[in-house]
Write a protein that binds this ligand. Structure first.
Ligand code: SF4
Length: 386
């Protein structure tokens, strides 16, 4: 069974879980979701870092056989590897899955293990995001140990969220403070990561982690001085998009590449998609109008309405394929997008979190289908404006 309640959209289901568990004790909440089969198969994702022992201890006391995914990036401190083995043994964890990056991918993209020096995003994708995605395939949801007090994008996270794969992510410690963690560790006499005593308050890969001062943020030692705060496994820095339609949010089902207009293939290659800027002259697309299956129009800034005009012109030219708006477009503009001839709007995960599904659905009700259907009716040659 999956997390999804068939009577609710995923976003609404997540909202209902947040309301249901808002005031529930953390251990009770964990027990309920781990032992209730209707929540689907769950995994705990743990770095075996500075405070990981708290969640690992809670989970071990509920179900020692729960899969624990440990991401070994092959760049970790040797102390982390030693601590991981000791902790798994002490807590009696029965199913720790140590996942590593693909050997072929490392040889191809980071054969000298130095990628972290010049492209930390690509390195995190190779060594964290991609292996985790593979490891989580088949799970209904996963548990993470992030806390709001850690700052940045974590400040506003909920107990339950949707990840980039539209899988439910549970953050049982979201509301915990640093003192709460320290109290739990002391009360239960749990062993700390050996580097915690040396000023490491957040512990990741060795090349990208330094100790922090007493007045610094907990995660200030991660990718110090680089302006990077997350590895990408939590906030979809590996770009993931949501499609907004009249029926609500949906996964992006478009799998083919988008071409720029200048790079449209000269021979027919099957499905054809093109990316256009809002100021693109519609008439330049005339010879392609019957061949293109998807046009994606980019809105460069919120106040730039040229994308709407382009959509209207494309429909008037007789374009009947799929038409998508992307970029700086928000829920308030959905009705306008639909009236202009767009079928859907592409937004990223961050915007979907800030403007959840009900916002967009409310806007969808204002759609002017008649006008749009009129635009979509292919005109005769004589009716075409160009
Ligand atoms: S934290 Fe550093 S070493 Fe680890 S995967 Fe990311 S960039 Fe690479």
């Amino acid at each position: 069974m999956s997390f999804e309640n068939p009577n609710l959209s995923l976003s609404a289901h997540v909202a209902s879980l947040n309301a249901r568990f808002e005031n529930t004790d953390t251990v009770e909440m964990l027990r309920e979701i781990i032992l209730d089969p209707s929540f689907g198969e769950l995994a705990l994702v743990s770095s075996f870092g500075a405070d990981s022992v708290v969640l690992l201890d809670m989970v071990a006391k509920i179900n020692r056989a729960l899969p624990v995914i440990f991401m070994d990036t092959e760049m970790l401190f040797h102390q982390t590897l030693t601590y991981q083995r000791k902790l798994a043994k002490d807590l009696g964890l029965e199913d720790v899955r140590r996942i590593q990056p693909s050997r072929e991918a490392v040889l191809e993209r980071d054969f000298d293990n130095l990628m972290h020096r010049y492209d930390t995003n690509a390195c995190c994708a190779l060594r964290k995001t991609e292996p985790l995605k593979r490891a989580l395939a088949g799970f209904g949801g996963w548990i993470s140990g992030r806390k709001r007090y850690q700052g940045g994008a974590r400040t506003s996270m909920d107990l339950f969220e949707l990840d980039a794969e539209q899988r439910i992510k549970i953050n049982p410690l979201a509301h915990w403070s640093r003192d709460d963690l320290a109290d739990y560790i002391a009360t239960h006499k749990l062993p700390r990561h050996p580097l915690a005593a040396k000023g490491f308050k957040s512990i990741g890969c060795a090349p990208c982690t330094t100790p922090v001062g007493t007045v610094e943020d907990e995660r200030a030692g991660r990718w110090r001085g680089q302006g990077k705060t997350e590895c990408g496994i939590h906030f979809g820095e590996v770009a993931r998009t949501v499609i907004v339609t009249d029926d609500g949010f949906a996964n992006d089902d478009w799998v083919d590449d988008f071409h720029t207009f200048d790079a449209l293939p000269t021979v027919e290659t099957g499905t054809l998609a093109v990316d256009l800027k809002g100021d693109f002259p519609a008439k330049n697309l005339l010879q392609w109008i019957d061949k293109i299956d998807m046009i994606r129009v980019d809105f460069p800034v919120f106040s730039d309405g040229r994308g709407f005009s382009l959509a209207c012109q494309l429909r008037l030219l007789g374009y009947v394929g799929r038409l998508r708006a992307k970029g700086h477009i928000v829920a308030d503009q959905y009705a306008m997008a639909r009236r202009s001839g767009f079928d859907e709007v592409e937004i990223d995960q961050a915007l979907a979190r800030r403007q959840p599904e009900p916002f967009w659905q409310a806007r969808a009700k204002w759609q002017a289908n008649d006008y749009q259907n009129h635009l979509r009716k292919a005109p005769s040659q004589a009716e075409r404006p160009f």
